[in-house]
Design a protein around this ligand. Structure first.
Ligand SMILES: Nc1ncnc2c1ncn2[C@@H]1O[C@H](COP(=O)(O)OP(=O)(O)O)[C@@H](O)[C@H]1O
Ligand SMILES: CC(=O)OP(=O)(O)O
Ligand SMILES: [Mg+2]
Length: 405
């Protein structure tokens, strides 16, 4: 690869209705700008942009942002007005989060037409995510056709899973023909957070076993043994596993047939039901944990039951992965809910004292930005909050690829 003196990387983390972005200088380890576009395609979208080096204040505005293409143009304009535009010769590459990499992509990958085609082929198994990732790539390519664009896949970290964890117990030929298996997602987060947890414990990642609970709007759990993923809760698609903001997580697959045969729903309707009208929003009408906690505090029983279902599922995965790992050094909470919702952490760990797990109420209540332990001194298994940073992890992998000899 050509050597480059440019050392900035722009990272685009395009979600189903949002784009998170960061501009970083990899030579100095400085974050130059961070931002977020939310509610893309809805009546009022919101953009928040924070230039970190130009002394500028955080800028926030609301307006209509119809699609991801418009969102990226808005991001480019914000960066431009800080003198950090995409036309900068200091930009070395653009790193993209791509949710589904299938069987083929297990490493950060330089994007060309063939790679983009393969990412497109995977749209049916990440219908909420890969299309947004593709738009991000195309728009970035149009704005800077000369720059290397790198895809960092959510599935990559999980590709080390043993076959007994990755395979579903269905007819092998059908599974192989259609590449049906557990791929797992949020991999850059699970990789980053498990590594940071080892650091927090003052140990080498190869020595520690951790259960990572990535609880955002999408949510997943993983069992990481010595730095390697051995099981994860999301499957062929990001629908399986934990109860999420709008997704059901685990259900009996026969529910799908039943809805078809008895309720007369077609595939599209069932897909939409399970991905967009289930999870917390389906259970109580809200998918934001802040709002759910507020309602519980006011005595709302529907919100309480939704919370209890969410916690019950979490406990099942903590227990399950404890058994899979045999020995656990830490259970770690991360992402929007995991980092901020103390009641979720407390409830998920409650009653697990026999597992060596406990949460210290005071430590749990402390709000902080950094990685921290929330278990009492005596706890045999540590409980931690470790903020995730998918954008930093993507930037590092992107920069390593474009500067490799
Ligand atoms: N202070 C908070 N207390 C409780 N939950 C929070 C708080 N801040 C954010 N959240 C939760 O985090 C979610 C977003 O998490 P995030 O990791 O950003 O998700 P995603 O990347 O999937 O969009 C929100 O929907 C909300 O439920
Ligand atoms: C894969 C996935 O669920 O991602 P997100 O949490 O960003 O929706
Ligand atoms: Mg996320």
């Amino acid at each position: 690869m050509t050597a480059t003196t440019a050392s900035r990387v722009l990272v685009l983390n395009s979600g189903s209705s949002s784009v998170k972005y960061q501009l970083l200088d990899m030579a100095t380890g400085t974050r130059l700008a961070v931002g977020l576009v939310e509610r893309i395609g809805e009546e009022t979208s919101a953009l928040s942009h924070h230039p970190l080096v130009t002394g500028g204040a955080k800028r926030e505005w609301e307006g209509e942002i119809a699609d991801h293409d418009a969102a990226l143009k808005a991001v480019a304009e914000e960066l431009d007005s800080d003198g950090l535009g995409l036309d900068s010769p200091e930009l070395a590459a653009i790193g993209h989060r791509v949710v589904h990499g299938g069987l083929r992509f297990t490493e950060p990958t330089l994007i060309d037409d063939a790679v983009l085609k393969e990412i497109e082929r995977l749209v049916p198994v990440a219908p909420l995510h890969n299309p947004a990732n593709i738009t991000g790539i195309r728009t970035a390519q149009r704005l800077r056709p000369d720059l290397p664009q790198v895809a960092v896949f959510d599935t990559a970290f999980h590709s080390s899973m043993p076959e007994h964890a990755a395979r579903y117990a269905i007819d092998v030929r059908t599974a192989d023909e259609h590449r049906i298996r557990r791929y797992g997602f949020h991999g850059t987060s699970h990789a980053y957070v498990s590594r940071k947890t080892a650091e927090l414990l003052g140990r080498d990642p190869s020595e520690v076993n951790v259960i990572v609970l990535h609880l955002g709007n999408g949510a997943s759990a993983s069992a990481v043994a010595g730095g390697r993923c051995v099981d994860t809760s999301m499957g062929l698609t990001p629908l399986e596993g934990l109860v999420m903001g709008t997704r059901s997580g685990d259900i009996d697959p026969a529910v799908v047939f039943h809805l078809g045969r008895v309720a007369g729903m077609d595939m599209q309707e069932v897909d939409e039901l399970l991905n967009k009208r289930s999870g917390l929003v389906g259970l109580c009408g809200d998918n934001d944990m802040r709002e759910i906690r507020r309602r519980i505090d006011e005595g709302d029983e529907t919100a309480r039951l939704a919370f209890e279902i969410y916690i019950h599922r979490l406990k099942k995965y903590i227990g399950g992965y404890y058994a899979v790992l045999g020995r656990v050094d830490a259970v770690v909470f991360t992402a929007g809910v995991g980092e901020n919702a103390a009641p979720v952490r407390e409830a998920a760990i409650a009653g697990l004292e026999e597992f060596g797990l406990a949460v210290d109420k005071d430590l749990n209540a402390v709000r902080g930005d950094g990685a921290r332990l929330i278990s009492p001194e005596y706890a045999r298994v540590k409980v931690a909050v470790v903020p995730t940073d998918e954008e930093l992890e993507i930037a590092e992998q992107t920069y390593a690829l474009v500067t490799a000899d």
